[in-house]
Design a protein around this ligand. Structure first.
Ligand code: ADP
Ligand code: ZN
Ligand code: MG
Length: 491
């Protein structure tokens, strides 16, 4: 029972070893082996037919779209796609599985030897191996709650039977709960970019089983692992792993042995429980599926899939960091969703200065959204509005102070930038005769800064520009002001 019993010294003696198994539902219109709709939220038991119910004599027909999506996911995860893979029956008895078996893949999976590069705490990248990606079908769902007689009955919804899945199994390369969290986050991002799944964890489109063991640091072999099931968010995966690591260390420290078992995560209690269930007897009696031929992924099919692969998040971040002079953090913000990154880049390309668009988006709009706790979609300012602001700034038609004021109005009134700009048309002082005396006064009052400038510290010009802007409430024409300040300081 991990309490706060373990000292940091004891914890530090051990090294956790983690491997993750992710099931992801593929976003096909129909199921893996029949024509039933693959749709979450339908009336229970309406998307079913003899094939997905496993009625005698019904024969499966493989959905080509499911193969395409699984292939896309494999390629995006850097896997080698096998030209020939084999479907196999995984047999077990469970009420939500009327067929008595799942069609899966066993010793000949669709794809192998992949990896994801995961950023670590120190900023470097760590490569987590992917052992395999195989295709299988989902089982139905047992409904334990929500009915008047739920205390005594379990209901079944078989709509999910036959939903196409990709199972992605990692190598035991992960060493900390944070790394596991990061691996899952990066995987989800890749799958979303590839558009093979909606990865909606609440709806069960993405599910994770976490395998974990501990060993003394430097020990040559892995310890005995436990498999934690039923973890339905990445934060819970991290919490379950943290709990489980301490529990195992405690068992070992007390002179006991960790048992190889499946455990259930209880989110309310924040702990795992040993579970007695179908997984206890680990014999699925796999054998090749007699009703399906070997799956052949031809070179042409693979090449087609490769063409459909988008620029993936990590590559996109690297490119955008260079192209828009972004920090890594900002690159993450802009690439978090592919559609958003696409909209940003389309807009930025039409602007005078794409880097300025990134800057305005992140600091002005992003900053205000964050302060208000709003999502991008809730922003009153459109991408076109951001481009307009960036262009006006770039052309010197508004000062940055005026831009800030305009954005303030946008967020106060819920209006887009163009409308606010047209209405307010901030005044600009564009005649030198008004600005020059202000600069002269400042130069007379600040001899030290002038001296610094003349000694080569050119950034001091910004001080004078800032002071004039302040004095004119941001109305001085920035381009003109810059020119005049430079001229006077040089003179
Ligand atoms: P099983 O036979 O129980 O299914 P596998 O060898 O297929 O086990 O591995 C399942 C998952 O467990 C993989 O993600 C793998 O990386 C991970 N794993 C295997 N051995 C260990 C271990 N000793 N500690 C932690 N994870 C492990
Ligand atoms: Zn069906
Ligand atoms: Mg296994």
């Amino acid at each position: 029972m991990p309490a706060a019993a373990l000292s940091p010294e004891v914890l530090a003696k051990y090294e956790p070893v983690i491997g993750l198994e992710v099931h992801v539902q593929l976003l096909t219109a129909s199921k893996a082996f029949c024509g039933c709709a693959n749709h979450f939220g339908s009336e229970p038991n309406t998307n079913v037919c003899p094939v997905c119910l496993g009625l005698p004599g019904a024969l499966p027909v493989l959905n080509a779209k499911a193969v395409e999506f699984a292939t896309l996911a494999s390629l995006a995860l850097n896997c080698r796609v096998n030209e020939r893979s084999i479907f196999a029956r995984k047999n077990y008895f469970y009420p939500d599985l009327p067929k008595g078996y799942q069609i899966s893949q066993f010793d000949k999976p669709l794809a192998e030897h992949g990896y994801i590069d995961v950023p670590t705490a120190d900023g470097s990248m760590k490569r987590i191996g992917i052992t395999r990606l195989h295709m299988e079908e989902d089982a139905g769902k047992s409904l334990h709650d929500g009915f008047r007689d739920s205390a005594t009955r379990t209901y079944l919804d078989l709509n999910r039977c036959g939903t196409p899945l990709a199972e992605i199994v990692s190598e035991p390369d992960i060493r900390t709960p944070d790394e596991a969290y990061e691996y899952l986050t990066r995987m989800k991002e890749i799958l979303l970019y590839t558009e093979v799944s909606d990865c909606n964890m609440e709806e069960g489109s993405l599910r994770c089983d976490a395998n974990v063991s501990v060993r003394l640091k430097g020990a040559p072999r892995f310890g005995t692992k436990a498999e934690v099931k039923n973890v339905n968010s990445f934060r819970f995966v991290r919490a379950a792993l943290e709990y489980e690591i301490e529990r195992q260390i405690e068992v070992i420290e007390a002179g006991g042995r960790v048992m190889q078992e499946s455990r259930l995560w209880n989110a309310n209690e924040g702990r795992t429980y040993s579970m007695r269930s179908k997984e206890q007897a680990h014999d699925y009696r796999y054998f090749p599926e007699p009703d399906l031929p070997p799956l052949i992924v031809s070179e042409a099919f693979r090449a087609e899939a490769l063409k459909k692969l988008p620029e993936l998040p990590e590559a996109r971040r690297a490119r955008m960091i260079a192209e828009y002079e972004l920090s890594r953090q900002d690159a993450f913000t802009l690439t978090a969703e592919r559609a958003f990154a696409d909209r940003f880049e389309e807009a930025a390309r039409t602007a005078r200065n794409p880097r300025r668009v990134a800057n305005v988006l992140l600091s002005e709009v992003g900053g205000r959204l964050k302060a208000l706790g709003l999502e991008q979609e809730q922003s009153p300012v459109s991408m076109a509005g951001i481009v307009l602001a960036a262009d006006l700034l770039d052309e010197g038609k508004i000062s940055s102070r005026q831009m800030k004021q305009l954005f303030d109005v946008c967020f106060e009134k819920g209006e887009d930038f163009a409308a606010v700009y047209e209405r307010e048309k901030p005044e600009q002082i564009s005649d030198a005769s008004t600005i020059e005396p202000l600069i002269d006064t400042l130069i007379a009052a600040n001899p030290k800064q002038v001296e610094q400038y003349r000694a080569g510290k050119k950034t001091v010009a910004g001080f004078f520009v800032g002071q004039v802007m302040k004095a004119t409430k941001g109305q001085a024409n920035p381009a003109l002001l810059n020119d005049l300040v430079t001229k006077k300081l040089e003179g």
